[in-house]
Design a binder for this molecule. Structure first.
Ligand SMILES: N[C@@H](CCC(=O)N[C@@H](CS)C(=O)NCC(=O)O)C(=O)O
Length: 489
């Protein structure tokens, strides 16, 4: 075991690409707890670097030590010559370069390392034009936002959502403790990954758009947004809290109180983590449903693997919103949590590979427009979504209509509206009727209702084929976003 403090590293995340091989490590409470080379692609190296100290040498020594243990077969001197470090994400620090110039190290910042020297190829963004992402590596929706921001290519730095950040930034601006939160270059604070993505797409106007160009695929991307955000949260939370509980407490503690000892962090993490673990009954994760959740998740992994056999990304040849949406559950919880990651890498290495590619900012081929057809290999996943999530959504709309009938326009919609029954692979249980999924569903239905007749007919055939025909006539009172909350429109 390496003690991180030996190298004067402070908590942060990194990606290292070592001539195509990748070193992977986690540091919790100041200790490296897992590392290894992942074969061919990059990855997060959760190391902690204080670039204000003797960073270059420290980093090199640290990586050297990791490699020594992880891959003693590799000859270090050979590696250093081709060594480069990509994606120095979230290093919200200023580093002095050899020639004395100051750079802020931020998003996607390439370093070249030769003979232990790191030369900086690209100046970092002016802070005045950069976004700040407040979040955490352990967080589902932060992973989604980070992958999007990195792909979008906007300048951003990431700041850990410590207790102070919650107190000074999140609570005063958002009103409740939630991550991720983005601060825009003009000082606006935005919560909700959907709002963050829509805002940046609209203000930056970059090409290609995160949404596929064609209307049917755009609809499918919104359906999968709904699935990734609001249904795959069930297996994500189950695997985290059933198989990675202690690890999660250590992570929660390390992020909110990095200054404490590992033992103290664990205690803090246990307290903070209780709130998240407490969501299990809300989601319907219990002894009755766990067998169904595991069966469904493993089948989903098979289906997604089969799709990835022939298509690099969810909608085909390039990254879109659908990838970021599924990346939410499939990264922090189901890939990065150690036990869950083991499962994914064992039973669905293609999915783990996709996670690494999306995490690494891979874009695919952006020169070819999408054809407006849904690949056959996506159908089993959409069928699974409709089979499991649609009944829960329909039941939630009933509760929502009842609530709305007594509410005023503009009234805040409660997060939970009552109780519904959910069913996953034959396992039935009670769960909360959560209102937020209706917001994501509204986004998908708006695309559906905006289609021309010809596209709508194709969408109807798709819905018929996947068991989603009920969506075409579904109608419920409209929702809007106000002050980072849902309100009755
Ligand atoms: N719809 C929100 C969900 C954000 C969310 O649930 N974040 C989690 C962490 S990954 C959280 O902070 N939850 C606190 C809570 O639900 O009370 C988004 O997309 O940003």
């Amino acid at each position: 075991m390496l003690a991180a403090q030996d190298f004067r590293f402070l908590l942060h995340r990194r990606c290292l690409v070592l001539g195509g091989a990748v070193a992977h490590a986690h540091i919790i409470g100041g200790r490296v707890i897992a590392f290894g080379l992942l074969g061919r692609r990059a990855v997060n190296l959760d190391i902690l670097v204080d670039l204000e100290t003797d960073a270059v040498a420290d980093l090199a020594i640290y990586i050297d030590s990791l490699l020594d243990i992880a891959r003693p077969d590799l000859h270090r001197n050979d590696l250093w010559t081709s060594f480069s470090v990509r994606h120095f994400v979230a290093l919200n620090k200023v580093a002095a370069c050899d020639d004395g110039e100051m750079f802020e190290v931020g998003h996607d910042f390439p370093f070249e390392c030769r003979d232990w020297n790191i030369g900086m190829k690209q100046r970092v963004p002016n802070v005045m034009t950069a976004y700040t992402l407040f979040g955490a590596e352990v967080s589902y929706y932060t992973g989604k936002a980070r992958a999007y921001l990195r792909w979008r290519g906007v300048q951003f730095t990431e700041q850990l959502a410590t207790q102070e950040v919650y107190r000074d930034i999140i609570l005063p601006n958002v009103g409740w403790p939630v991550i991720p939160v983005v601060k825009t270059p003009d000082g606006q604070i935005i919560q909700d990954t959907g709002d963050i993505i829509s805002h940046i797409e609209a203000t930056e106007g970059r090409e290609p758009s995160v949404w596929p160009e064609t209307p049917l695929l755009r609809f499918v991307s919104e359906l999968l947004h709904l699935y990734g955000d609001e249904w795959l949260v069930i297996p994500a939370m189950h695997y985290r809290w059933s198989y990675n509980e202690d690890w999660a407490y250590a992570e929660f503690g390390a992020l909110s109180a990095p200054q404490l000892s590992p033992e103290e962090q664990y205690e803090v993490g246990k307290k903070n983590g209780a709130r998240f673990k407490g969501a299990l009954p809300v989601l319907g994760v219990n002894e009755t449903t766990i067998p169904g959740i595991e069966k469904s998740y493993e089948a989903f992994l098979d289906e997604f693997s089969a799709h990835l056999d022939t298509h690099p990304f969810i909608l085909g040849h390039r990254t879109t919103l659908a990838d970021f949406a599924l990346f939410g559950p499939l990264y922090a919880h189901l890939y990065r949590d150690p036990k869950s990651g083991e499962l994914m890498k064992r039973v669905a290495p293609r999915v783990a590979d996709w996670v690494e590619r999306v995490e690494g900012g891979e874009r695919g081929d952006e020169t070819v427009p999408h054809e407006d057809t849904v690949h056959d290999t996506l159908i089993p996943i959409l069928k699974r979504q409709m089979r499991e999530q649609l009944p829960a959504l329909l039941a939630t709309t009933i509760q929502f209509r009842e609530w709305a009938a007594k509410a005023e326009i503009g009234q805040r919609v409660p997060r939970g509206l009552g109780e519904i029954m959910i069913e996953i692979e034959g396992c039935r249980t009670k769960a909360a009727a959560r209102s937020f999924p209706l917001w994501r569903l509204q986004g998908a239905l708006d695309v559906y209702h905006g289609m021309d007749e010809e596209t709508r007919a194709r969408a109807d055939s798709l819905l018929e084929a996947i068991g989603g025909a009920d969506l075409s006539t579904l109608d419920y009172p409209r929702l809007k976003r106000e002050n980072s909350q849902l309100a009755l429109a």
